[in-house]
Design a protein around this ligand. Sequence first.
Ligand code: URA
Length: 253
Amino acid sequence: MSAEASSAGERLQKFLARAGVASRRHCEELIAEGRVQVNGAVIRIAGSRVHPQRDRVQVDGVRVRTEAPVTVMLHKPGGYITAVSDPEGRPVVVSLLPRTGLPRLFPVGRLDWDTEGLLLLTNDGELANFLTHPRHGVPKVYHAKVKGRPSPEALRRLVRGVVSDGERLSASGVEVLRTTRENTWVSVHVLEGRNRQVRRMCEAVGHPVMKLLRVSLGPLALGQLSRGQWRRLLPSEVAALEALKGKTGAERP
Ligand code: URA
């Protein structure tokens, strides 16, 4: 049965996005441009259905494969780069996962070398695109130990927005968690995910970050997961992510 004749299966653009080729919308463009083949035939109709196990899908002649989606949460320790490999031989986060029993996973977004906390790793390209795209504004909460005692005005500036390297950065919320003799722990909520955003914002208001921990991402919380440990997402967490995607319209066919 040809991919187009079949009514079951999965929509071609969804399959391609899930395989990490590009966003679903961009995959529709690839299809319209005639760059996608199913079982050797060019398919130009987005919405054509494929059976991932049975059909051979190619983009620009390169085979595209998917596996069952798997997403894990890792409590990233400091001293690891958020990557699958590093040409300079530095420790990478995927080395904290077992070599067997999991498909090949890649990190969702990026935490800096010395940032700790909640990091997702997945083989679901569509989920990764959704969670990292600034347009979706998926909320992230960080606990930052900053130097000194930020004044209420400094905290308000974080929310009003600061300019760093010509880029406007802001927090959607900030609160003081506790103070020590020389430092202050603050909770910083952000909707974008710009490069080193929290560090740059705090630096801009005169309170450099000494330690940074991500405690939540969308509906997911780091909870009691110990540093360096990982776990698969619970079905309820996967459902919460799907619901979030639905809310922003990312699930539109
Ligand atoms: N903001 C930062 O400054 N660093 C991170 O790793 C994440 C958010």
